[in-house]
Design a protein around this ligand. Structure first.
Ligand code: LMR
Length: 399
């Protein structure tokens, strides 16, 4: 039976990490996966997280199951972080949240919920380009995926007119996946007016927005980055949000995320939650506790929360500094192509414009690992690896 199987191709992002680990070049640089590195090249445990963990370790009295929808303080705190705690903002009673194992887990719960609960057939529309795992997740739930234009190579900006005209043509009831901020892989986001126009269109055309929100705090700030989400909430009767604490809490391996659903009415939201619970129960029964307890403890304690916000600000600031240094060092290495757009992109990623051949040469000749699409994780750059990295890119561009 199994001996006839042909191996599946490695994952385009996590497969790179596997290859990177096996590489013996002492100067190797991993700019593949979106994982934050500090100035010393480490992925640290945040101090706010460590403090919360110390307290939790002392206070914990049981390892009993969590409810199917997870830790209730975590769910409430997540909702407030995403949608704001002010009921005048419009979410009061209309929103429900279920804890999920990471942002990917939240997307899969959303996909299963859409596939099993909403009237079929529905196509899930993804930006072109998008995170390579998006099609996998939705297709695994039996949903059809297709793409709408998003990135304009000529301007390194959003192809907004093309995006709107495609969205305008979609059949009612289809699902549109939007990146809440720090678009993965391009680092190019909608501005306020564009969010407004997209929200009005989705509402008018009866399309369901699903926001993948994995980088809150990495563009302009924790509150500022939720601006698009709030605009959608004000316009759209229904909305799904898959959010993650992997990046902004550094809780990558604890798998902490959430699926939040906003409905037109509180009764609609409660009914939807019952279906989300059914999907979770059939999938992993109920979520793990540790990471969500940490997040809840930090978000609900004034001192820990202030410390966390400061730590997010520092991560954001370091990445921005690296963007600037990257552009300047490439110039200093004699690269004449204009890479200044990289300093304007936001979040962990930049869409460098490097071709698949150049990406391959970087890896084979210089042990610099970049995703095949040319996506670079700026979060993996440090002052120490910058010179080597830019030298390698200059050599590949010249070759
Ligand atoms: C990424 O895009 O690098 C991250 O979201 C990590 C992942 O799971 O792919």
């Amino acid at each position: 039976m199994f001996h006839t199987l042909v191996a599946a191709p490695p994952d385009p992002i996590l497969g790179l990490t596997e290859a990177f680990k096996k590489d013996h070049n002492p100067q190797k640089v991993n700019l593949g996966v979106g994982v934050y590195k500090d100035a010393a090249g480490q992925t640290p445990v945040l101090t706010a997280v460590k403090r919360a963990e110390e307290t939790l370790l002392q206070a914990e009295k049981t390892k009993n199951y969590l409810p199917i929808e997870g830790h209730s303080e975590f769910d409430q705190a997540t909702q407030a972080l995403l949608l704001g705690s002010d009921p005048a903002g419009g979410s009061a009673g209309r929103a429900v949240t279920a804890q999920a194992p990471g942002g990917t887990g939240a997307l899969r719960v959303a996909a299963d919920f859409i596939a099993s609960t909403l009237a079929a057939p529905r196509t899930v529309w993804l930006s072109d380009p998008t995170w390579p795992n998006h099609p996998n997740v939705f297709q695994a739930a039996g949903l059809r995926t297709a793409s709408y234009p998003y990135f304009d190579k000529a301007s390194n900006g959003v192809a907004f007119d093309a995006m709107l005209s495609t969205l305008e043509s979609l059949p009612e009831g289809d699902v549109v996946v939007l990146h809440g901020c720090c678009h993965n892989p391009t680092g190019v986001d909608l501005d306020r007016a564009e969010w407004q126009a997209v929200a009005e269109l989705l509402c008018r055309r009866h399309l369901l927005p699903l926001v993948d929100f994995a980088y809150q705090g990495f563009a302009d700030g924790i509150r500022e980055d939720a601006a698009g989400l709030k605009i959608l909430m004000q316009h759209c009767p229904d909305l799904l949000v898959a959010s993650s604490y992997s990046k902004n809490f550094g809780l990558y391996n604890e798998r902490v995320g959430a699926l939040t659903l906003v409905a037109e009415s509180s009764s609609g939201a409660a009914a939807a939650l019952s279906h989300i619970k059914r999907v979770i129960r059939a999938n992993y029964s109920n979520p793990p506790s540790h990471g969500a307890s940490v997040v809840a403890a930090v978000l609900t304690d004034g001192e820990l929360r202030a410390l966390w916000e400061e730590e997010v600000r520092a991560m954001r600031g370091r990445i921005q500094k690296m963007r600037q240094a990257f552009v300047e060092t490439l110039q200093a290495k004699g690269v004449d192509r204009d890479f200044s757009f990289i300093a304007r992109q936001r979040g962990m990623f930049s869409f460098s414009g490097l071709t698949a051949g150049q990406v391959q040469a970087l890896r084979e000749q210089h042990a610099v690992y970049v995703v095949g699409s040319g996506r670079i994780s700026v979060a993996g750059m440090t002052e120490e690896n910058m010179d080597y990295l830019c030298g390698a890119i200059a050599a590949v561009l010249a070759g």
